[in-house]
Write a protein that binds this ligand. Sequence first.
Ligand code: NAD
Length: 475
Amino acid sequence: MRSDLLHYINGEWTESSGKDTIEVINPATEEVIGTISNGTKEDVDRAVKAARAAFPHFSQTSKSDRIDLLHRIAEEYEKRKDDFVEMITQELGAPVKMSNKVHYNMGLSHFKEAAKQLDTFEFTENRGSTLIRKESIGVSGLITPWNFPTNQTSTKLASAFAAGSPVVLKPSELTPYAAIILAEVFEAAGVPKGVFNLVNGSGETVGDAISSHPDIDFVSFTGSGAVGQKISENAAKTVKRVALELGGKSPLIVLDDYDVKKAAKIAVSNVLANSGQVCTAATRTLVSKAKHDEFVEAVKEVLPKFPVGDPRDENTFYGPLVAEKQYDRVQDYIKKGEEEGATLLAGGTGKPEGLEKGYYVKPTVFTNVNNDMVIAREEIFGPVMSIITYDDLEDAIRIANDTIYGLAGYVVGDDPKTVEYVASSIRAGRISINTPPADFSAPFGGYKQSGIGREWGDYGIEEYLEIKSVVGMSS
Ligand code: NAD
C-alpha cells in the first residue's frame, strides 16, 4: 500500500503541519490503494509564501525561457507514461485504453499546446503613445476534480507557467496520484523552486484555505456548481479573480438527414465514455419524433459494443464510477427517472451482472423523457442517457437551450448550412459537429451556470494575465 504523506512546497517534499490523513480507494476493487496527507491551512500558507517568493523572478522570465520549460516538462511527462496510465486506472477506474489514449494524452497535449501558443503570443501592444502590457496575474490557486486527473490539472498548470504565474495546486483527494507524478515530472524538468506547489487534502480545509487566501491573486476551479459558488464567495472577500469550470447538461441534436446508426453510435459512446463522468457529456439526446423509433432500435443494437467491465481488461469501454458516493447519487437519479415516468430502454438500478464488487453502473438509457424531468435538468455524472423528441428544428434548439447550463453542445447532420445554424443557435461554450478531431487550441469553458472564463491554448494563457496600460509613451 502506498503512503504519500508529503506535500511539494518550495521545490521540496515536505511534511504536513498536521497528522490527518485520507485513504484513496480503487473504485474497481473497493480496496485502499494508499494514504495521502489531509493538508492544513498552515501548509497552504507555506505554499503561498513559496509561490510569492518565486513570483518576482518567474514573472519576469523571457518567453523563450518559459517555452523551454514547457518543452522540458513535456519530455519528462512522456518518460512517465506507464506510471500515469497505471495510476489513473487505479485511482479513477478508467480502462487502461482510456487512461492511455485519453487521460495521458490530454495532459501532455496541454503542455505542448501552451509552448506552441506562447511562441506567437503577444504580451505587448502599441496603440499610439499608449503601451498595453499583459503581465502575470500573480500567484494562482488551482483546485481540480477527479474525473480527468491529468487534463484538469495540466490545462491550468500549462497556462499558468506560460503566463509566468507560480501556483498552489490542490487536486481532488479522490485521485491525487496523477498530480503527485506531475510534481515529480516538474521536479525532473527543473521547474524553479516555489513555482509549483502541491498541497494535498480535502476541499473543506485545503481548498477553502486557497480560495480565501489574501496572497493568492487568482483562483482557477473546476468542479461542481455548489463548490464553485462557495469559492466565489470566499474569493470576493479579497476581490480575487475567479475562473470556474462547472457542470453541464449538454444536448446532442440528431438531424434527420444524418445516418441513424452512426448517430446512435456517437450518442452512446459519448454518454458512456469515462463512465459518464464528463462535464461535457451529451446526456440529452434530441431526436425528431419521426426518427425516434428507428433511433431507439439503433441504440439498442449499438449498446453491447461499449461494454462496462474491469478497467484492466483491454475490451472494456467504461469502468466503475469513482466512488461509492457517486454510485449512490447515480442510482438515485435512475430511480427518479423511473418515478417520473420515463421509459427505461436499457440498464436501470443495481450493478451489472458479474460486477458486484466495485462501483459499476449499468449502461442506462431512458426514452420518452420530457425536458422538465429531473433527469433532463440535473447533471447526473454517470452512464445515463435521456432521449427527448423534438417536432422541428426550432423546437430542437429551444429544448437544447432550455437548461441552466451551457458548457457544450453536439450536432450530427449532413447539411452544412443547417448544422452551422444549429451550432450558432446553441448557447454553449463548445459545439462539436459530427465527430471532430481533438483541438487543444480551441477555448474551453461554459456559458450560463457552466462557468466563467476559458481554458486551453492562448485563451487559457489570457486567464493568468493582468492588463496594464502605460499611457504617454513616446511613439
Ligand atoms: P467538487 O466540486 O466536489 O470538487 C472539486 C474540487 O473542489 C475537489 O478538489 C474538492 O476537494 C474541492 N472542494 C470541495 N469543497 C471545497 C470547498 N468548500 N472549497 C474549496 N474547494 C473545495 O467536484 P467533483 O465531484 O470533484 O467533480 C465533479 C464536478 O465537476 C461535476 O459537477 C462536473 O461537471 C464538474 N466538472 C467540470 C468540468 C469543466 O471543465 N466544466 C470538468 C470536470 C468536472
